[in-house]
Design a protein around this ligand. Structure first.
Ligand SMILES: NC(=O)c1ccc[n+]([C@@H]2O[C@H](COP(=O)([O-])OP(=O)(O)OC[C@H]3O[C@@H](n4cnc5c(N)ncnc54)[C@H](O)[C@@H]3O)[C@@H](O)[C@H]2O)c1
Length: 362
């Protein structure tokens, strides 16, 4: 029997609402599967905590989290706290502190009606973006000189270390080899004449070790166009922190929007716990109304199951989402329905339970 300790950080706004639905899915798995047992502990960190305590999380927050098997996060951000504070003092602190240098975002269309791209179907949009998650443009290095004067100058430095660049590219090659798929590197070597020339060089070097993996290399501007015009070009993509951040929102837009997009933050060496989250923010415009789409948060649970080597559960969850989308009766407003967050979550659990029970009795 696997006992898995999950740290819950609901965070702010709709983060709290959608996380509850994901926890319901975990509790359903716990109930059905005699080999899996989840223990939960909730942490009240986020912007409310900041307003009361002047910090987003406890000073020894990472110490408190380090022995969990996984962290499950809702979203952070509130108009009362500057976004760079809420991001850097919680989310990025965990990603960096736990060296979660791989960010996995699946761009998978589960129902043709969800894509705004004409003539594209489920077969055309099904790829994985592997985003560098620990350095690059989000290294937090820079300077703000002569602040508030006419001579004001701001520097935001990208950091691409050999270690950091090699390990993410190597991870992507391993994944492409394992899945027997092609690997596309997305960079910008023509304009970023240090960092991206280096990235392309490392990609070429490592590709020599993987002659069985077919590779492509695109500039980020051309790749953005291909995401829309020819998404079928992509199978596995590896890219930098900033480009990955932007491109995966574009990926979300062609597969149903932010309400369906999930992300996993992984330390592949498993020295630290991973973190699973919907990629959307706290959505202050709809927070508290109970209308947020919980499917991204539930998709994160599927990614968590894959990390725990419970691939069957991942497949069941994704298939349940597919069925829910197809029947179309319990969709939230962002997907054109009228259901509440809880109604969508409850229906998903009914479908999941029925699917697993039917499969067991076969
Ligand atoms: N991972 C994170 O915690 C994270 C990510 C992005 C933004 N943020 C923070 O969230 C706050 C709001 O940022 P934003 O408005 O740019 O992005 P957002 O993702 O919160 O919202 C963008 C738009 O998408 C809609 N939306 C997002 N998730 C949805 C869902 N599950 N169901 C239905 N509609 C959904 C929102 O209503 C909004 O109109 C900011 O404070 C920002 O810093 C946090």
């Amino acid at each position: 029997m696997k006992r898995l300790k999950i740290a819950l950080i609901p965070g702010d706004g709709i983060g709290k609402e959608v996380l509850q639905e994901g926890v319901k899915v975990l509790k359903t798995i716990d109930k059905i599967d005699n080999n899996l047992f989840f223990e939960f502990e909730e942490f009240p960190w986020g912007c409310d905590y900041y307003v009361k305590n002047g910090k987003m999380m406890d000073d020894n927050g990472l110490e408190q989290l380090k022995d969990f098997d996984a962290i499950y996060l809702g979203a952070v951000g509130h108009p009362s706290v500057p976004d760079h504070v809420s991001l850097w003092d919680l989310l990025l602190k965990i990603r960096k502190g736990f060296d979660q240098y791989v960010n996995l975002r699946e761009i998978t269309l589960l129902n043709q009606s969800l894509t705004p791209l004409k003539d594209k179907s489920e077969e055309d949009i099904d790829f994985l973006v592997i985003r560098e998650n620990s350095e690059g443009e989000y290294a937090g290095v820079g300077e703000w000189m002569n602040k508030g004067t006419p001579e004001e100058v701001v520097l935001q430095t990208s950091v691409f270390s050999r270690k950091g660049t090699e390990r993410i590219i190597r991870y992507a090659f391993e994944e492409a080899r394992r899945q027997k798929k092609s690997l596309t590197s997305i960079s910008k070597g023509n304009a970023l004449n240090y960092s991206m020339v280096f990235w392309d060089q490392v990609f070429n070097e490592i590709s020599q070790e993987y002659p069985d993996v077919k590779t492509y290399s695109y500039l980020v501007d051309a790749a953005s166009m291909y995401f829309i015009k020819e998404p079928e070009r992509f199978e596995i993509v590896v890219t930098t922190n900033l480009f990955g951040d932007i491109l995966t929102d574009l990926g979300a837009a062609i597969t149903g929007g932010l309400g369906l997009a999930a992300g996993a933050n992984i330390n592949p060496e498993r020295q630290f716990p991973p973190m699973f989250e919907p990629i959307h923010g706290s959505a202050p415009d709809i927070a508290g109304k109970g209308i947020a789409n919980p499917l991204a948060a539930i998709w994160s649970v599927a990614q968590m199951m894959e990390y725990f080597h419970e691939g069957n559960w991942k497949d069941y969850i994704i298939e349940s989402i597919r069925v829910l989308l197809k029947e179309g009766r319990y969709l939230t407003r962002d997907l054109g329905g009228k259901s509440l967050t809880t109604e969508t979550g409850d229906r998903l659990i009914e479908i999941l339970t029925q699917m697993v029970t039917e499969n067991k009795s076969k």
